[in-house]
Design a protein around this ligand. Structure first.
Ligand SMILES: Nc1ncnc2c1ncn2[C@@H]1O[C@H](COP(=O)(O)OP(=O)(O)O)[C@@H](O)[C@H]1O
Ligand SMILES: [Mg+2]
Length: 248
């Protein structure tokens, strides 16, 4: 059932990963991942718990141990690069857990997201994310701990957006949210995409995410076991049964 899609030959992919092997110290988790994301694409990774989805995003963002294979960003080899250098290239990442500082205010959390920026760029960044997430504006002086789950997730995404990235890695942004907030977060991601961001998303709510994705990848046991257009994955009864779960 493997569809052999390869990057289109005209545009340089934003992300082009080949044969990536990575893990944590001596514990190998990923075994030869091939994955690309073209400019402006929205690509979703799904797969069972513990199969290496989060590790893959961490490996791209310099937060896991890189053993082998290449990670190219906009045509440059960035394999094994440090996180701060990847941020400078316009890559941002929203972790699955612990993605805000609960004891800081909303504004302070946003400031932490742009800690390396000059004061004017930081102010610009905060203004920009306030446009994207107007619900956070009245909460600017409140502690992040007081936010609802959905608001927290918006704040986590805001922090990543302060640096004005062009490529966003998102790890399960709708996990543990009510359906209303799931829709709201997905709506926010849609609008980021309309602003030109390229998005690579890991998502448990596979149907919700694939419904607005261009393509999808299914991971299992640290490998890609299937890839194809999002529509094909959604329509495949075999995949539906195993990976898309009860929500369908
Ligand atoms: N910091 C770590 N050190 C060692 N092993 C880890 C670490 N974080 C995750 N793992 C292990 O890596 C495997 C893949 O985890 P993860 O990438 O989080 O999976 P997923 O996001 O697909 O649920 C799991 O077996 C997990 O226990
Ligand atoms: Mg995970």
């Amino acid at each position: 059932m493997m569809t052999n899609l390869s990057p289109n030959t005209i545009e340089t992919p934003v992300l082009d990963v080949k044969g990536l092997e990575a893990g944590y110290g001596s514990v190998q988790i990923l075994y030869g991942i091939d994955l690309y994301v073209d400019p402006g694409e929205f690509v979703t990774i799904i797969g069972p718990n513990g199969c290496g989805k989060s590790t893959f995003l961490k490996a791209i963002f310099g937060l896991a141990t890189h053993y082998k294979g290449t990670v190219e960003h906009n045509g440059s080899d960035v394999s094994g690069w440090r996180t701060d250098r990847l941020v400078e290239r316009g890559i941002a990442y929203v972790p699955q857990v612990d993605n805000v500082f609960p004891s800081l205010t909303v504004r302070e959390n946003m400031q932490m997201g742009g800690i390396r920026l000059s004061a004017p760029r930081l102010a610009d960044g905060i203004e920009r994310v306030c446009w994207t997430f107007p619900d956070l504006v009245p909460r600017m002086s409140d502690l992040a701990a007081s936010l609802s789950g959905g608001e927290r997730q918006m704040l986590a995404i805001s922090r990543a957006l302060i640096s004005n990235p062009s490529f966003l890695l998102l790890d399960e942004p709708t996990a543990a949210l009510s359906p209303k907030y799931q829709q709201q977060i997905m709506g926010c991601i849609d609008s980021l995409r309309n602003q030109g961001l390229t998005v690579l998303l890991v998502e448990q709510n596979a149907r919700l995410s694939l419904a607005r994705s261009d393509r999808g990848y299914i991971f299992s046991g640290g490998k890609v076991v299937h890839t194809g257009s999002a529509a094909t994955i959604l329509d495949d009864p075999q995949i539906g049964e195993y990976f898309l779960g009860v929500q369908g």
